[in-house]
Design a protein around this ligand. Structure first.
Ligand code: ADP
Length: 169
């Protein structure tokens, strides 16, 4: 049974086996969580990302997929990069967002990670409404069969924390 916990704070300050990055498909860095992870984690993460781009992910990492690298100087063993969908009013991309959580947990299982810290994927620059993003995140983790013992959602501000808290009993 996976325990779901919530903390408010900066995901780059967390201690966990794996920290999930809300990356973009280039894997070469960006704003928000992505920028913070690369800044604090140091150049080793980008080096791994460049290798992925030179190899299997020449065209970038597709939306909804996840891939692991070193965590560099972060207090974790791995960073799992996942690419959330950009929110759209005309197209329902919920399944892609759910896939980010599912695929990240699948990578965590392959690595043997027992504690995984997630940000609220897609709810920043990618514009996903926070309440719906929280609902999809919590429901997907609950529905996923995984050996991960703790999924910790790390929420940056009060509003995000409250949105996730509303999804838990
Ligand atoms: P996306 O492009 O997937 O929307 P963002 O990084 O812009 O990704 O935002 C995802 C969520 O992470 C937002 O709710 C944002 O407020 C939050 N966030 C930004 N920086 C951090 C951080 N250092 N730690 C945890 N959450 C963060």
């Amino acid at each position: 049974m996976t325990r779901i916990t919530l903390v408010q704070g900066d995901i780059t300050r967390q201690t966990a086996d794996a920290i999930v990055n809300a990356a973009n498909s280039s894997l070469l860095g960006g704003g928000g969580v992505d920028g913070a992870i690369h800044r604090r984690g140091g150049p080793a993460i980008l080096e791994d990302c460049r290798k992925l781009r030179a190899g299997h992910y020449g065209k970038g990492l597709p939306t909804g997929q996840a891939v692991a690298t070193t965590a560099g100087d972060l207090d974790a063993r791995w960073v799992i990069h996942t690419v959330g969908p950009v929110h759209s009013r005309s197209e329902d991309r919920s399944e892609q967002l759910a896939s980010c959580y599912r695929e990240s947990l699948r990578r965590a299982d392959e690595l043997g990670a027992r504690t995984v810290a997630f940000p609220a994927v897609s709810t920043g620059i990618y514009g996903w409404p926070l309440d719906d993003g929280a609902r999809i995140a919590v429901a997907t983790v609950r529905e996923t069969d995984t050996a991960v013992e703790e999924v910790r959602f790390v929420l940056f501000d009060d509003r995000a924390y409250e949105a996730f808290a509303a999804q838990l009993p």
